[in-house]
Every structure is written in structure tokens, then in C-alpha cells.
Design a binder for this molecule. Structure first.
Ligand SMILES: [Zn+2]
Length: 146
């Protein structure tokens, strides 16, 4: 018998290729786990990390002895930032990335100020916008909402 809890545990050890402090589980990329199949939804269809994530999940499963567990990528329904877990949002914040929200302003991860502005729709990756804090003047990335 394959224990799906054990598979979840393996997946929790797979870091996002761009943000190594959060796992693919934290980000909500892993949609479902059965003894035969892991279903994943990439964070952003334009994201170059998507294929890397799928390969890393495959490698982690193989390394843990789950060679017979398939990995399937599902694009519908599309991933949204709502799927990021609370602990995932806290880790993003600690890493200096503003967690996504529907608010028009982002909170600066450096000093906590809400006096921030978007300076580019494209941050370090297509999934993030670049923001700047008007108080401490530090730039930071913010996940785009869908
Ligand atoms: Zn600041």
C-alpha cells in the first residue's frame, strides 16, 4: 500500500525553483495526491519554472521510491494565488516577497510600510511585479494576482 501522507511529505520537500523557501505544497501547486497519481497545476502558464517544477517533483518521487506514481499537469482550473497556504504566505513575506492580495497597495516586506508603488509589471520573473517602498526605498517583488 502506498501512503498518500508519505507522498505529501516528499512533495513538501520540493522547493519552488525560484523561491527556495517555499515548497510546491505551500504554493498550492500540488492539487491532489492519490497512490497512483500526483496532480499539479503550474503557478503561471508563462512561467519558465513550470517545467522545472514538474521535473523536480518527478525526481523527488523517484528518489523516495515512488517510481510508479505518475505526475500529471492540469491547467484547468487555473492556479490562483488563493491556493497559497497561510504558512506559504508567511514564508514569502519572510523572504521579502509581498504575498498576493487584492489590495491595491502592497505592504513592504522590509519595513512594513504600505506606502508602496508598482514600478514594473514584470519583476524578476513573469509571475511577479516589481514594487518599491516609498519609505525605505527598497524594491521588492510581489506575486501577481489573477
Ligand atoms: Zn519599506
Amino acid at each position: 500500500m502506498i501512503d498518500t501522507d508519505a507522498i505529501w511529505h516528499v512533495l513538501e520537500g520540493v522547493a519552488d525553483p525560484e523561491i527556495p523557501v517555499v515548497s510546491v505544497v505551500d504554493l498550492g501547486i500540488v492539487r491532489a495526491v492519490t497512490p497512483a497519481l500526483v496532480t499539479i497545476t503550474p503557478t503561471y502558464t508563462g512561467c519558465p519554472a513550470t517545467q522545472v517544477i514538474e521535473r523536480e517533483i518527478r525526481d523527488a518521487l523517484d528518489a523516495a521510491g515512488y517510481r510508479d506514481v505518475a505526475v500529471e499537469t492540469v491547467l484547468s482550473p487555473p492556479w490562483t494565488t488563493d491556493w497559497i497556504s497561510e504558512s506559504g504566505k508567511a514564508k514569502l513575506h519572510a523572504y521579502g516577497i509581498a504575498p498576493p492580495s487584492d489590495a491595491r497597495t502592497a505592504t513592504c516586506p522590509q519595513c512594513g510600510s504600505t506606502q508602496t508603488e508598482e514600478i514594473s509589471r514584470f519583476g524578476s520573473t513573469p509571475c511577479k511585479a516589481q514594487w518599491r517602498c516609498r519609505d525605505c526605498l527598497e524594491p521588492f517583488d510581489r506575486f501577481k494576482c489573477h
